[in-house]
Design a protein around this ligand. Structure first.
Ligand code: HEC
Length: 141
């Protein structure tokens, strides 16, 4: 009798655990949902761009940057705002931050204060690749 009760109790615990872990899954803002959230204004071409951006971001940037929170480096989804919308200046910075600093870009100088780590340089990254990365990160709030 007591054994049955213990089994029943354990079964309940398992059930409750299952319910909670499922709930967590559905509220977890997994980034694979980003396409669904914004699907109304997406066509096949922009989905390709977003997927390319996601891949590049994960491969080259995510070791230091998170999309929308602070990490070793600043969040990238609002970076273009910090550059006052100056995409060209920001891309120059990403290719070679020292050059952008030398040219006197205010944000390039200001962002040096961010932390002890320095930004990598990406001299060969193309506009298209950067457009894809920023289309992807800027699809997040
Ligand atoms: C090794 C770590 C590292 C990697 C990898 C890295 N960054 Fe950075 N990035 C930084 C740091 C640190 C800063 C802040 C400036 C500083 O402290 O030197 C920064 C700053 C920036 C800024 C300026 C942000 C702002 O708010 O003005 C942009 C834009 C940027 N990075 C884009 C990228 C992109 C795009 C990639 C991938 C292609 C990338 N970074 C990869 C470390 C990194």
């Amino acid at each position: 009798m007591i054994v049955t009760k213990i089994k029943l109790f354990l079964a309940w615990c398992f059930l409750i655990f299952l319910v909670f872990s499922c709930q967590e899954d559905s509220t977890n803002k997994s980034d694979s949902n980003f396409i669904l959230n914004n699907s109304s204004d997406l066509n096949a071409q922009s989905i390709d761009t977003l997927l390319q951006g996601k891949k590049l971001f994960k491969k080259s940037c995510s070791s230091c940057h998170k999309i929308n929170s602070h990490f070793i480096a600043p969040p990238l989804n609002k970076a273009l705002d910090k550059w006052g919308g100056d995409r060209e200046g920001m891309y120059l910075y990403i290719r070679n931050w020292q050059e952008a600093e030398k040219k006197g870009y205010a944000r390039a100088i200001e962002v040096q204060e961010y932390g002890p780590t320095v930004m990598n340089i990406y001299p060969n990254i193309t506009d298209e690749e950067l457009d894809a990365i920023f289309a992807y990160v800027m699809s997040f709030e």
